[in-house]
Ligand binder design. Structure first.
Ligand SMILES: [Zn+2]
Length: 170
């Protein structure tokens, strides 16, 4: 397997974390190449220098710089242990993805229910508001009628007083 094929699969298969290199290793685009851990079947846990621009991501140019950081290939019982760890990691990754999907759908459901409730409540409040408006209208009509009646009675009172005064002068 060629280095570049190795790199392709290393990058497509679970790059979990990367760290800064302190060796001044630069990639093709003259950026400090971060150290990434590969989790391929061939090289579980083996670290390499990569570039953030691989596959044109993160706003970088495409750059397929590759160099192993861990010179030795994984071997022996450590290799087996790492392969096992890799399988566990993949299972957990799937589980996490499933859980995330579940959380997303639940959140969606919840927000739907919530907005339905909110809509009902708003409709209710709207009806209440309409009823209040009607009541205010009736009350203001009534108060203007009262005012008219009051004015009428003042006028009537004046007429009566005036009449009395006129009569008393006689
Ligand atoms: Zn680069």
């Amino acid at each position: 397997m060629s280095e570049s094929v190795n790199f392709q699969s290393a990058c497509s298969q679970s790059v979990i974390s990367s760290s800064r290199n302190n060796n001044g290793v630069l990639c093709h685009c003259k950026r400090e190449a971060p150290i990434v851990r590969a989790w391929t079947r061939e090289n579980p846990g083996r670290r390499f220098y990569g570039c953030r621009g691989f596959g044109v991501g993160n706003g970088h140019e495409s750059c397929n710089f590759f160099r192993w950081y861990d010179v030795e290939k994984p071997h022996g019982w450590q290799n087996l242990a790492l392969q096992e760890a890799r399988e566990i990691m993949q299972e957990q990754k799937e589980e996490i993805a499933n859980l995330r999907a579940k959380v997303r759908s639940l959140t969606h459901e919840c927000s739907n229910e919530f907005s339905r409730e909110l809509e009902d409540e708003m409709k209710e409040k709207g009806e209440e508001c309409e009823a209040l408006k009607r009541e205010v209208l009736i009350l203001s009509e009534r108060s203007s009628m009262l005012r008219n009646a009051l004015v009428a009675s003042y006028v009537g009172f004046g007429v009566v007083v005036g009449g009395i005064m006129v009569m008393s002068r006689w």
